[in-house]
Design a protein around this ligand. Structure first.
Ligand SMILES: Cc1cc2nc3c(=O)[nH]c(=O)nc-3n(C[C@H](O)[C@H](O)[C@H](O)COP(=O)(O)OP(=O)(O)OC[C@H]3O[C@@H](n4cnc5c(N)ncnc54)[C@H](O)[C@@H]3O)c2cc1C
Length: 416
């Protein structure tokens, strides 16, 4: 009898799992369920669409025919409301049930809303889906003033969209810099200058106390906790994700700001796996639980989960150094590994647009951020994968061209 695999979520994690299941087992029944109205598209590229730089077509990855050709049942516009792990079945908002032998939860997250007055007013955008990008593009093309909230990787996308659409933006940040968990002020200044160049002004030690709306309920300003008022009939809010686990309530599946899985993508409940942004996975490099919010990592987790679901065994292990690049400015930007974690770090500025920061845990390199010059990224990723103890070689690691061989030799070299 064929095995029934049900996958919740048709993002890159769910879709990769479906592909790897089909490749490994031509006879399996595979069903992919998504509450979106379209099949897998490139979530990374929707910002280029919102900027007005790309048409819709290249953003799609899979047409519905892709699923038909592989005999994968794709259910669009279907929201899963409950998982019954005893009965091995799931339930949808329309009252349908699907039985599974193996279940994969790959439901990612939903942008969090600011807990302030008028946070859901007209003209306030959150950014996760292609539909969000269409709404943002349409609105951005007809507005002049925008407010951006959320000093992280998605906030910078909203800032870049404003820049590309010729909108004057005010970027409200809580601390004294953009992405303060991964960058020092020195590194962040490079980004601040690049924002200013495209017409987006960062405002530090700020935030939103409430939004003001006009008589039609449309946003017209943000007021910060000090009472400063910033005009804008467009607001983009990117303050993090709420992970989509609510339909698991009542199941025994362990959640903790996401779904807890081991390195094989198995949850604590037999026959239930999870993959992608939603996982709190066991990171075999860090030797602790971690979370990634990146396309490549989600894709790999989906493939690993799919392989293990078919094998019904711990066949493949997830071991991965994540990367996330930003291409909005005249210089490249890349973060890798876990740049926000660690117990030590070192950094250096090489020019007005070149900077590097590395983070270490227990003497091992675990992540970093490269601005301007990405040429050393594969060396750093290799050192992370190999779990090399190099924290006492910071001076060598900060050289423009890192000589991996020299890391093996000589006395420890310390950065100032
Ligand atoms: C604007 C933007 C730019 C980005 N840029 C980059 C980048 O440059 N580099 C990078 O590495 N990463 C980037 N990312 C992050 C990257 O896109 C994500 O890490 C990746 O898409 C996660 O994939 P996933 O499959 O885990 O989750 P998702 O892509 O979120 O897919 C989950 C799917 O499950 C569906 N779903 C949720 N709950 C249910 C339910 N109950 N029933 C049915 N379906 C459900 C959701 O609607 C969604 O379609 C970006 C993200 C965004 C939004």
């Amino acid at each position: 009898m064929s095995t029934s695999h049900v996958i919740i979520g048709d993002g890159i994690a769910g879709s990769s799992a479906a592909e790897s299941i089909r490749e490994a087992d031509p006879d399996a029944d595979v069903t992919v369920i998504t509450d979106e109205g379209e099949a897998l598209y490139n979530r990374i590229l929707i910002k280029e669409f919102a900027k007005g730089k790309l048409p819709e077509a290249p953003i799609s990855i899979h047409e519905p025919e892709w699923y038909e050709e592989r005999d994968i049942d794709l259910e669009l516009n279907t929201h899963v409301t409950e998982v019954d792990t005893d009965a091995h079945e799931i339930h949808t908002h329309e009252g349908d049930s699907y039985e599974y032998d193996k279940l994969l939860v790959a439901t990612g997250g939903t942008p969090a809303q600011l807990p302030v007055d008028n946070a859901d007013a007209d003209g306030i955008h959150h950014f996760w889906t292609f539909q969000d990008a269409r709404n943002i593009r349409e609105h951005a093309e007809e507005t002049d003033d925008a407010i951006i909230v959320g000093a992280g990787l998605l906030g910078i996308d909203l800032a870049a969209i404003c820049g590309a659409q010729g909108i004057d933006g005010t970027f409200l940040m809580r601390g004294n810099r953009w992405w303060r968990y991964a960058l020092s002020l020195d590194g962040a200044e490079i980004i601040h200058d690049a924002m200013r160049d495209v017409g987006v002004e960062p405002v530090f030690e700020s935030g939103v106390d409430h939004f003001e709306v006009d008589d039609d309920g449309h946003v017209e300003a943000a007021v910060d906790p000090d009472g400063n008022r910033y005009d804008g009939d467009f607001a983009g809010v990117a303050i993090g994700l709420d992970f989509n686990t609510e339909f698991l309530a009542g199941s025994e599946i362990e959640t903790d700001d996401g779904i807890v899985v081991d390195e094989y993508m198995q949850t604590n409940v037999e026959d239930v796996y999870a993959a992608g942004d939603i996982t709190q996975f066991y990171d075999t490099i860090l030797d602790e639980r971690a979370q990634n919010g990146a396309w490549g990592s989600a894709k790999e987790q989906g493939s690993v989960a799919g392989a293990n679901m078919v094998a019904d065994a711990e066949e493949e292990e997830f071991r991965w150094v994540s990367t996330y690049s930003i291409t909005h400015f005249d210089f490249p930007f890349l973060s890798f590994g876990h740049p926000t974690l660690g117990d030590e770090d070192c950094e250096r500025k090489y020019s007005d647009t070149e900077w590097r920061r590395l983070t270490f845990k227990d003497g091992k390199l675990i992540g970093g951020v490269l601005i301007g010059d990405l040429s050393q990224q594969s060396k750093f990723k290799k050192l992370i994968r190999e779990e090399r103890e190099v924290a006492d070689k910071k001076e060598l690691l900060l050289e423009e061209d890192v000589d991996i061989e020299r890391l093996e030799e000589g006395a420890p070299a310390q950065a100032e």
